[in-house]
Design a protein around this ligand. Structure first.
Ligand SMILES: Nc1ncnc2c1ncn2[C@@H]1O[C@H](COP(=O)(O)OP(=O)(O)OP(=O)(O)O)[C@@H](O)[C@H]1O
Ligand SMILES: [Mg+2]
Length: 450
């Protein structure tokens, strides 16, 4: 963080302001100076700073008052106070009031630089901890998109082309087609790859907490806001923000999001501070957003802002060429993970896999292979290992009829079979089908099951 931080120096002594300016900007930071407490405070209220250097003894509004104002506004603010050599008591008081550290006068530029570096390191750690605690999924390892169908090759080309740019990308596709995988791949191949990839699950966002979740809030800004909170935009700073299931956000939220995307600035709830939002935005949807726009449930202007580069992921049954290579990869993966040594998928079993319609797409295929790896007692996965999962109906004599059946019937029957297999336990059936419970419940309703 040090080297690109935003630093505010508040001191009435011109020589100190100048030397701070010099030392910090030489290291690549941005430095703003203020010659008295009031000016400093005004700057602070307008902009977000990573670090504040504050002289305690100033004419007019004193340093301690400025410190209290700052900490009242943003308890996470990192303030280093400058104290006169004879006023150790005030240094102690400042620390009690939330200052991070103090430098007694006179000081060398080097000692100041060291303290600043340590303070910013601490802030970075705090942010990283929050990222971990929030269980923001980390960018783990290279993200390989498997597939050799024409459509997946096109997707891959697009991913490589768009990754190094900062363009907003809208990924569309049915459940389990690999939208999140593609989003992570774009992040991974971009210049932001060492920065966070932060997921916003729009489906589970509570309307009235949306702003605080995204923009953060300061302590006490509303009932329940007992601590200052970093918003997802801050957590994703310099990285990528992934809006999953963007089709689920309300009109009200759409307007707010549009504003941020246009202005690239956010305001924490309960504070006037404006924070620059340096994030790359990727959104995903399993809904037809264009249709939603026509129906008036999704704002057209937001749709165009998001779909600067649209990437559509076709359902797996429309790219059956990908099935064998995906299946083989999942076989390797689950051999490793489950400590098994299954050598192959038999020809017949593979045929069943290729002919099956995969309503749950790649995720369902992945689950099927995992199950096969676990269940098979031989070195090869046979149709019977998949039969348990309800697949091998598609082989041999029945495969022709399968193809002429409507997708509706196939999905309905498959759901019924899966439910039976798991004794009507929705959670487990949903997992096997590669959808979440909510989706499965909706489908049960749609098909009049249960
Ligand atoms: N082309 C692919 N190559 C390798 N793995 C894939 C591919 N597509 C999907 N997967 C795997 O399938 C699973 C589901 O993918 P992902 O979570 O990206 O789907 P999604 O479209 O976001 O689904 P949902 O709409 O349900 O959230 C993941 O484990 C992912 O790694
Ligand atoms: Mg997803």
């Amino acid at each position: 963080m040090y080297g690109q931080a935003n630093i505010l120096v508040i001191d009435d002594d011109e020589a100190i302001r100048d030397s701070c300016q010099q030392v910090f900007s030489r290291d690549g930071n941005r430095v703003v100076v203020a010659e008295d407490g009031l000016i400093g405070l005004t700057r602070f209220k307008k902009e977000s700073f990573d670090l504040i250097i504050l002289d305690l003894k100033m004419p007019g509004l004193g340093g301690m008052d400025v410190l209290n104002e700052i900490k009242g506004d943003d308890p996470e603010a990192i303030v280093i106070v400058i104290t006169g050599y004879s006023t150790i008591e005030s240094a102690v008081e400042a620390m009690k009031n939330g200052a991070y550290d103090f430098v007694p006068k006179p000081f060398t530029p080097d000692s100041l630089r060291m303290i600043a570096r340590r303070a910013l390191e601490k802030k970075k750690l705090a942010l990283e901890n929050i990222l971990l605690r929030a269980e923001v999924k980390e960018n783990l390892g290279p993200k390989v998109i498997i597939g050799k169908s024409e459509s997946m090759k096109k997707v891959e080309d697009l991913v490589l082309k768009v990754s190094p740019t900062d363009s907003t990308v809208l990924i569309s596709g049915d459940s389990g087609t690999g939208k999140e995988l593609v989003a992570r791949a774009i992040h991974h191949y971009s210049g932001r790859k060492d920065k966070p990839f932060v997921v916003v699950d729009c489906g589970s966002l509570v309307e009235n907490l949306f702003e605080s979740e995204l923009f953060g809030h300061v302590k006490g800004s509303f009932t329940g806001a007992s601590e200052t909170k970093y918003g997802r935009f801050e957590l994703a700073n310099e990285g990528t923000l992934f809006f999953d299931e963007i089709g689920n956000i309300s009109m009200n939220i759409q307007i707010k999001l549009l504003r941020v995307i246009q202005e690239r600035e956010i305001t924490k709830v309960g504070s006037g501070q404006v924070i620059k939002a340096d994030v790359r935005i990727i959104a995903a949807t399993n809904k037809d957003l264009q249709k939603a726009v026509k129906e008036g449930t999704f704002r057209e202007d937001l749709f165009y802002r998001l779909s600067v580069v649209p990437i559509a992921l076709p359902p797996l049954r429309e790219r059956r060429k990908d099935i064998p290579i995906l299946a083989d990869n999942f076989l390797k993966k689950y051999n490793r993970m489950r400590k098994k040594n299954v050598k192959a998928i038999s020809e017949k079993a593979m045929k069943a896999l290729v002919e099956y319609d995969w309503p749950g797409n790649v995720r369902e295929l992945e689950n099927a292979i995992e199950r096969g790896v676990v269940l098979t007692e031989s070195e090869v996965i046979e149709p019977k290992d998949l039969y348990y999962y309800g697949l091998s109906v598609d082989t041999s004599s029945q495969s022709n009829t399968t193809k002429t059946r409507s997708l509706y019937d196939v999905e309905r029957e498959h759901i019924i079979k899966t439910l039976k297999m798991f004794n009507n336990q929705i959670g487990r059936a949903a997992e096997a089908l590669g959808v979440d419970r909510k989706t499965l419940r909706l489908k049960l309703k749609k098909y009049g099951i249960g």
